[in-house]
Design a protein around this ligand. Structure first.
Ligand code: SMG
Ligand code: MG
Length: 380
């Protein structure tokens, strides 16, 4: 394909309820969308970076700048582009995986729309719907948490994930187990809030028959997670922030740092790398599930396609649109009997509703082929 132009759109979307994690509270979503126009087709990608660099080093404004200053000049310099050529064209730029992922997804969407193929089929999906789990933030009190969990179980979610941090861990997990019983699928996510010295606290969580404990230690401390497992933590460790590529996933698995992997395409540079991680994990007998980054329907649609691959055997963090937004950007995704349908249309299968897009967009920047600045030449 020949890319004609790339549009970057910034949207400001209020969340239906504040979402608190160990690193901060989200009340709005600063969304960055990438729209690629190529050979008369359009494609969409959503950048999952948050407004501040607290989950990882990336953040929305920096992701926007990385696209304009570094990534688009390199991509638009190519005479012919396919999704498979995006990562190699951008490889010289270190990091910025969330920006790269959004761009690759938009190119892939345009390519698949032209070819008339759904993303799910392209990736190798084997299920028409995906088991839907919900991520429940840190609350001000246990009664408020129990009310929230009650509502989500009523809505049919297949699994509950509790956000934890030191001081909000054993008590909320015990309360949820006590109130909703042992049959509720339950897991926890620390977003790297603990240290190797917290083994005793983490071992208390072993008593609650959790599916997994997600990312207890810092992103860089893969060896620390292996240390926790070797020191007797029984609950399977799942890595999220630490897994930035298929090579890192392989290393984490072979060194005993994790027994389960959370796959977020944005965190690893795109859906092609995400599929490689799926394959590495499948070969090692390690189950995976799809993480979430409070995506709009654009990102949610693509995540559903990925989560329909065969080794996604645990419920994913892909909730219904109404978990986060009163008005989603696309037709809303809904949970029925704990599952969400995988879009069946070509490409990611959804597009923004024009009026909603117009109402929520706060900034728009178009980069055309000729306008993309030449990539800086390294001085020697
Ligand atoms: O999209 O449902 C979602 C969010 C799921 O908890 C979730 N994501 O570490 O896994 C994670 C977090 C990262 C974002 S927290 C603002
Ligand atoms: Mg996580």
């Amino acid at each position: 394909m020949k890319i004609d132009c790339v549009e970057l759109l910034r949207l400001d979307m209020p969340l239906v309820t504040p979402f608190r994690t160990s690193f901060g509270t989200q009340t709005r979503r600063d969304v960055l969308l990438v729209r690629v126009v190529a050979d008369g087709a359009e494609g969409w990608g959503e950048c999952v970076a948050l407004a501040d660099p607290l989950y990882s080093s990336e953040y929305t404004e920096a992701a926007h700048r990385a696209l304009v200053d570094q990534l688009l000049p390199r991509l638009l310099a190519l005479p012919d582009v396919t999704a498979a050529s995006v990562a190699p064209a951008l490889a010289a730029v270190h990091g910025h995986r969330m920006s790269k992922a959004a761009l690759e997804t938009a190119v892939l969407d345009a390519q698949l729309r032209s070819a008339g193929m759904p993303l799910a089929e392209y990736l190798g999906a084997v299920q028409p719907s995906v088991s839907s789990g919900v991520s429940v933030g840190i609350h001000d009190s246990i009664p408020e948490l129990l009310d929230a969990v009650d509502g989500y179980l009523d809505a049919g979610y297949a699994r509950i994930k509790l956000k934890i941090e030191p001081g909000w861990d054993i008590e909320p997990v015990a309360a949820v187990r006590d109130r909703f019983g042992d049959q509720t699928l339950l897991q926890v996510d620390a977003n790297a809030a603990y240290s190797r010295n917290d083994l005793r606290t983490l071992r208390v969580l072993d008593r609650f028959d959790l599916l997994l404990i997600e990312q207890p230690l810092p992103e860089e401390d893969i060896a620390g997670h292996a240390h926790l497992a070797a020191a007797g933590l029984q609950t399977p460790i799942c890595l999220d922030e630490s897994i930035t590529s298929a090579a890192v996933a392989h290393q984490a698995i072979t060194t005993g740092a994790c027994r389960i992997v959370n796959i977020k395409p944005g965190r690893v540079g795109g859906y092609l790398e995400a599929r490689r991680i799926h394959d590495v994990c499948a070969a090692a007998g390690v189950p995976v599930w799809a993480g979430g980054m409070l995506e709009t329907g654009i990102g949610r649609a693509a995540n559903l396609a990925l989560a329909a691959l065969p080794n996604f055997t645990l419920p994913s963090d892909i909730a219904g649109s109404d978990r986060y937004f009163r008005q989603d950007l696309t037709d809303p995704f809904t949970v029925v009997d704990g599952r969400i349908d995988v879009p069946a249309g070509r490409g990611i299968g959804v597009t923004p509703i024009p009026e909603v897009l117009a109402e929520l967009t706060v900034r728009r920047e178009t980069v055309r082929r000729a306008e993309a600045r030449a990539a800086p030449v390294p001085s020697t």
